[in-house]
Design a protein around this ligand. Sequence first.
Ligand code: ADP
Ligand code: MG
Length: 210
Amino acid sequence: MVDVSIPQLVDWLSRFRDLVTENRAYLTELDSAIGDADHGSNMARGMGAVMDKLGAATPATADELFKTVGMTLVSSVGGASGPLYGTFFLRFGTTAGAVSQLDAAALSAALHAGLGGVLARGKAEAGDKTMFDAMNPAIEALDAAIAGGADVAAATSAAAQAAAAGRDATEPLVARKGRASYLGDRSAGHLDPGATSTAYLFTALAAATA
Ligand code: ADP
Ligand code: MG
């Protein structure tokens, strides 16, 4: 089985930065409908700061790499998404450990740990109209693909497709977590901004591991 290297993990982060930057206005438009119109700027600023940090010095192991990523996001993004994505990456790195490559099982374990961090911080459940609704099905699809014998590239591709489907499924939902929950029923009929950025996270992972 082909492993995912540190350069590929950095490429994942770089592609995620590119996607949230290219789609900054769109993410902000989604957040203006059911939030406070800052998700695009939060994510673009946060991932821009991450790539600036990594450009200055790229750590050689996954634990150090994702510790830098998580701490930079927590410190540079004020909104809910900073601590949530920050905790995702911090736990991803802790579970990945002091390694220079991840096989499919290690990637899955690290993603599960990241998801656990989002849950520990945000307490979201399925159907609450949050980033969890894209992240959880993506990791389930990754696991199912790996169990079926898929390699990393096929598994991350399945994860990206499931994240996009999860994002799309947030549209009719009524938000039960975060700012959008203040709108009650009026939050229905809009995609969740965080589920949309999480779909980019998995699109970026699939591209970096293709
Ligand atoms: P803020 O809501 O502070 O303005 P952002 O606009 O950057 O922060 O991020 C909003 C996104 O954060 C939401 O679309 C949702 O996906 C996610 N989110 C908010 N609260 C939670 C939570 N408790 N658990 C998981 N995700 C959440
Ligand atoms: Mg917001």
